[in-house]
Design a protein around this ligand. Structure first.
Ligand SMILES: Nc1ncnc2c1ncn2[C@@H]1O[C@H](COP(=O)(O)OP(=O)(O)O)[C@@H](O)[C@H]1O
Ligand SMILES: [Mg+2]
Length: 297
């Protein structure tokens, strides 16, 4: 479990994180969403120690990371896996060497043992042996992400951080990567934090979603609750397109049997027409009354 307590970060006089408190549980994908510049990357960097927070606490299973000594911080860092934006593989190293790098850095294992572990994680991300000797430039973007994910989990981390893991990928490949992250999180009971602005990810793997707005936690919930939320800022972010707003209205009707209050007349009329129903002034759906009613014998 990772807990943030009133985390603040300013650069000179610019407040980027304005007191963020979040509890992130094990075995879950915690998704941080929000528009560009809302503070997602800064938040993640403060959590892993790449930036020092101005104030507040980051607790790893109760241990206050920011205020630990170097040795204690290192012990926690060893339990952190990171999937950086863009993958950040070493261009001059093969797939296998890239994944072995953390083992070379942090273990004294023999080559054969390291080789075995590398194969294990590359198998886990479904990368075949014919890719092992290739260089990053010789494989597709999706494969590069798999390699980066394999490298992030090779030390068997307890905490996994992924900053925009889908940047530069097509929607289908993104989905494969998302599912892998989700499965691995559950399999190893990791606490996973994913920064994303990809709504597909949110719906597919969002066990716990945190919406950041201008450096503050504006909303949190799961992927069912997000559809029904009436938080205006959140809805403005997610349902930027009219199509998605309509889809949300439909979903709310399915879930509640009631048309959402903030749906304007236009959609209400369209829904009545399209689904052959009447919606009363309180938003309740009545029995079909218009058109298509089968004639009585
Ligand atoms: N090292 C830095 N120095 C000054 N400002 C920064 C620094 N890093 C990030 N910022 C500012 O913090 C804000 C949040 O950035 P970021 O966390 O990267 O947003 P996001 O990841 O949500 O797109 C931005 O306005 C950005 O310009
Ligand atoms: Mg970012």
């Amino acid at each position: 479990m990772i807990e943030l307590k009133d985390l603040k970060k300013s650069f000179e006089d610019k407040a980027v994180l304005k007191g963020v408190s979040i509890v992130m549980n094990d075995g879950k994908c915690n998704l941080i969403i929000g528009s560009s510049g809302s503070g997602k990357t800064v938040l993640m960097k403060c959590m892993v120690g790449l930036l020092k927070p101005t104030s507040g606490n980051v607790l790893y299973d109760g241990a206050d990371f920011v205020n630990l000594n170097d040795k204690e911080q290192k012990a926690i860092r060893e339990k952190i896996g990171m999937l950086f934006q863009g993958g950040a593989l070493f261009d001059s190293q093969t797939v296998e060497q890239n994944v072995m790098f953390p083992l070379d850095m942090f273990t004294t294992d023999k080559y054969s043992k390291k080789r075995e572990r590398v194969k294990q994680v590359l198998d886990r991300v479904q990368l075949k042996e014919d890719a092992y000797k290739k260089f990053p430039s010789e494989i597709s973007g999706g494969m590069q992400k798999r390699v980066a994910l394999a490298r992030a989990i090779v030390l068997n981390p307890k905490y996994l951080f992924c900053d925009e893991p889908n940047s530069g990928l097509d929607p289908q490949t993104s989905m494969v990567i998302d599912k892998l992250i989700h499965e691995i999180t559950r399999e190893y009971d990791m606490t996973t934090i994913v920064n994303t602005h990809d709504m597909n990810s949110v719906m597919e793997i969002g066990d716990h979603i945190i919406y950041m707005h201008q450096g503050e936690k504006e909303w949190e919930g799961n992927n069912k609750e997000i559809i029904l939320s009436d938080n205006e800022k959140l809805n403005g972010f997610i349902f930027a397109s009219e199509f998605l707003r309509d889809a949300k209205a439909m979903r709310t009707i399915q879930e509640t049997g009631k048309i959402p209050e903030n749906v304007q007349g236009g959609i209400k009329d369209a829904i009545e027409e399209k689904f052959n129903i009447d919606i009363d002034k309180d938003g309740h759906i009545g029995s079909p009354t218009k058109g298509n009613v089968p004639p009585k014998e």
